[in-house]
Structure formats: C-alpha cells, structure tokens
Ligand binder design. Structure first.
Ligand code: ATP
Length: 294
C-alpha cells in the first residue's frame, strides 16, 4: 500500500515559486529520502503534505485519505519533526512532552520515558535553557512518543552531535523495522545514502528524479583518479563520456560513463604511478542530475 501519494502538488507564495507539480509515492515500510539544496522546496512540500499550508493546486493522499479533508485524523498517526522547532520558552521539557502526548488518543508514557533515556534529555530544564541540539532532541521525542505509523523529518540532524545523530538513526531504523514508514528530507547526501531505500531529488521547486539509491549508484558515472609520472594536459582525457576533468599537479580525476575500455586504452599510453576507479558519491551523482536538467 502507498502511504503517501503526491499528485502534481503546486504551492506558490504570491508570485514567488514554492513548488511546482511535485509528484511521488512512498510505499509502506520505506525509508524515503528527499534531497535538494536550501530553497529547493523540501519544507514547502512537507508543510503542504501535512496541511500546515494549503496547496495552490494538486492533491496529496496519506494512508489513502485526502491530506486536507482528513488532516486531523491523519495527524494522529504522523510524527513530524520540523526543520526549526519553536517552543514556549518558559515551559519545562517534561511539561511540554506531557502536553504533546495529551493530543493522542493513547497512552504514550512508556514510549516517552524510553525516548527520554535514549536521547539523554534532562526533562527538568526549562526550554529557554536548552542548547539548539537539546531543543532538537525534545523535537525528536515529541515526534516519536506516540509511535506513529508515518514519520516525517525535515532536516532532522542539524544541531545534533555525531554520537546523537547515530543514536537517532538507530532509533529510526528500529521504528522502521517495527513497520513505520519514514520520509526524511536533507541536503546532506551522505546521511540519505546511509539510511534511505529511495530518494526524490528536488531542484527549484520541481522533482528532477525519483530513484533507488542502489540504481543511482550503479547506473552512473565511475570516478577515475590517476597519479601520473608527469603533469597531464587537461585535454588528454577529453573524450565522449568524460566529465569534470580536474588536473591537480600529477593527479588527474574525472567522471566517466560509457565503455570503460576506451578510457583504459588511453590510460595505458601514459606512465602512471597509481590508479583508482570508484563509485561516485551521491554528491557527484546529484550534481550530474542537476547539470543534465539545466
Ligand atoms: N512563506 C513564504 N513566503 C514566500 N516564499 C516562501 C515562503 N516559504 C518558502 N518560500 C520560498 O519557496 C521556495 C522553497 O522554500 P522551502 O523552504 O520549501 O525550501 P527547502 O528546500 O525546504 O529549503 P531550506 O532547507 O532552506 O528550508 C524558496 O524559494 C523560498 O524562498
């Protein structure tokens, strides 16, 4: 079953672009990544999906139900972590969490306690005394305490230290194993690569690709790095399929897609000291998509 179905969702802010004809589907049990640089439209898509703002046109369905008409009902089963968390500064963490839990029609106290421990939160503190990272942790507990079927995270890791990020990812994987579907937006591609099964790439308000992470990696460029005995001319590897040639001293690198034999023959004609052929990281694949569309 599709947990999220987005069909031609468009949101304009007056004359300003928000998102345009965004469509993608997320299946039950997926961890789905949503990548794009700042301002690409990730938060607008997520806020529209959650009916926090209304679409200019297009529709979204969550759990098979229209996201606007059934918003209150749908929200019972969603855990949402916004990119920026705003709270009542004067409240104690524990009071805020209890208040959040009171919106759900089930007892959240056990899960809340468990999450507080995992996130290592001092719940007796006032919100105003917390660091940015600790505020984010409060947001995480708040978003997960009702064991939602769908978890929507908008740039969730900003402000978290690496150890806490790891704990958080473990927590997400555990929830996913128990059946939760996850939508995870980020501009940090390595974390998407680490966690997600599929990914939608958004650029200037439009979806440019929806791919499996594995397909993205397999069907794309190979990354060549060659250390040569002498400095190569920048044009030496200028041939069909070669992109992003960079010559730094004796080291030459480029991305290649095509019949690898052509490159290997050219390499055989030079005096090389070392050679690496690697899968490009998502960042490079991502650049490729962006350039193809430009
Ligand atoms: N309330 C608003 N009024 C006018 N324009 C807006 C508003 N909110 C967003 N935008 C514009 O819509 C576009 C998409 O913004 P959005 O915040 O969705 O991007 P994003 O991918 O989430 O980026 P970021 O990571 O920076 O939040 C941007 O051009 C932004 O300037």
């Amino acid at each position: 079953m599709s947990v999220i179905e987005i069909n031609n969702l468009t949101k304009t802010y007056g004359n300003a672009r928000g998102i345009s004809n965004v469509s993608f589907t997320i299946e039950e049990g997926e961890i789905f990544g949503f990548i794009g640089p700042n301002g690409a439209g990730k938060s607008t898509t997520i806020r529209t999906l959650l009916s926090l703002i209304y679409p200019t046109s297009g529709t979204a369905r969550i759990f098979g139900k229209d996201s606007v008409k059934f918003a209150p009902e749908i929200r019972q089963e969603i855990g949402y972590l916004p990119s920026e968390v705003f709270y009542y500064d004067n409240m104690k963490v524990i009071d805020l969490l209890k208040y959040s839990a009171s919106f759900y029609k089930k007892d959240c106290s056990k899960k809340m306690k468990e999450l507080i421990e995992i996130m290592d939160l001092d719940v007796t503190k006032k919100i105003e005394d917390l660091s940015l990272g600790n505020k984010k942790k409060v947001g995480i507990v708040q978003g997960l305490l009702h064991e939602p079927k769908l978890i929507i995270l908008d740039e969730p890791t900003s402000g978290l230290d690496p150890l806490m990020q790891q704990k958080f990812f473990d927590l997400l994987e555990e929830q996913n194993k128990k059946g939760a579907t996850i939508l995870f937006s980020s501009h940090i591609l390595s974390e998407v690569q680490r966690l997600c099964d599929r990914v939608a790439i958004i650029k200037e308000g439009k979806i440019v690709a929806v791919e499996k992470i594995s397909t993205l990696k397999e069907n794309n460029y190979k990354k060549f790095k060659i250390d040569s005995a002498y400095i190569l001319d920048t044009n030496y590897f200028q041939m069909p399929g070669v992109n992003h040639i960079e010559v730094k001293g004796h080291s030459t690198s480029f991305l290649f897609k095509g019949d690898i034999n052509h490159v290997m023959r050219r390499i055989a004609d030079i005096d090389i000291e070392n050679l690496w052929i690697e899968e490009p990281d998502l960042e490079e694949i991502f650049m490729h998509y962006y350039e193809k569309e430009a």
